[in-house]
Design a protein around this ligand. Sequence first.
Ligand SMILES: C[S@@+](CC[C@H](N)C(=O)[O-])C[C@H]1O[C@@H](n2cnc3c(N)ncnc32)[C@H](O)[C@@H]1O
Length: 250
Amino acid sequence: MSEEYKQFKHECVAEIAAQGEDVEAMAKTRAWMDDANRLKYSYHFEWLGRPIIQYPQDMVAMQEIIWRVQPDLIIETGIAHGGSLIFMASMLELNAACGGPADARVLGIDIDIRAHNRAAIEAHPMSRRIDMIQGSSIAPEIVDQVRARAQGKQRVLVSLDSNHTHAHVLAELEAYAPLTSVGSYCVAFDTVIEDMPADMFPDRPWGPGDNPKTAVWEYLKNHPEFEIDKQMDHKLLISVAPDGYLKRVR
Ligand SMILES: C[S@@+](CC[C@H](N)C(=O)[O-])C[C@H]1O[C@@H](n2cnc3c(N)ncnc32)[C@H](O)[C@@H]1O
């Protein structure tokens, strides 16, 4: 690592900390995100031709993590159109092209893999790195299958993006967070629901008080092996996963 790069990163750390203390910037971000949510902003992006229901900022965060961790297995709950699975697979492909794990794979779990989505995912060139399981991510038989596939893997990354109720995400954390390797991450998406107005989710079972962030907070009470990566939150500002980037530290 060159001295110039070290100095640059040193400056970034201080600037990111300042972002995290900038109350006005955070309030503006919060207000903008409420508008964006009403406009269904997160539904309008694609990755390599498949819809991905994410914010671009979180996709960059995941790229940074996938590069740093060099996982040989990524587990993701919540497939939808498959964009995030293809995103993860393409990052593993880039890692492999750069000397990382050659046989790294992504395992997606969804309670309802619609036929047209499955066909499009299976027809995609990145499908060579993708496996899918249909079923509830918290059903014991599905959890057993995922655990079996994680056996023997060296560096496992977990991404939770399915049903966003407190109970469901807490059950997913109990089932899958322990599969996360030390130094890797378990990311709980849509923690931002906790910070949004109560009337934002009229047709959903989740909302403030009952969402992935409340589940993360409860899980962390008894799991000191995970820490919230606050630097990631402060760097992103715009993110659907504040307090959701959980780093396994031991
Ligand atoms: C927000 S979407 C996933 C978006 C996807 N990760 C992306 O970034 O494009 C949520 C998905 O979770 C799935 N889902 C809902 N309940 C589930 C459950 N109990 N187990 C597994 N998947 C579930 C839904 O079928 C839906 O496809």
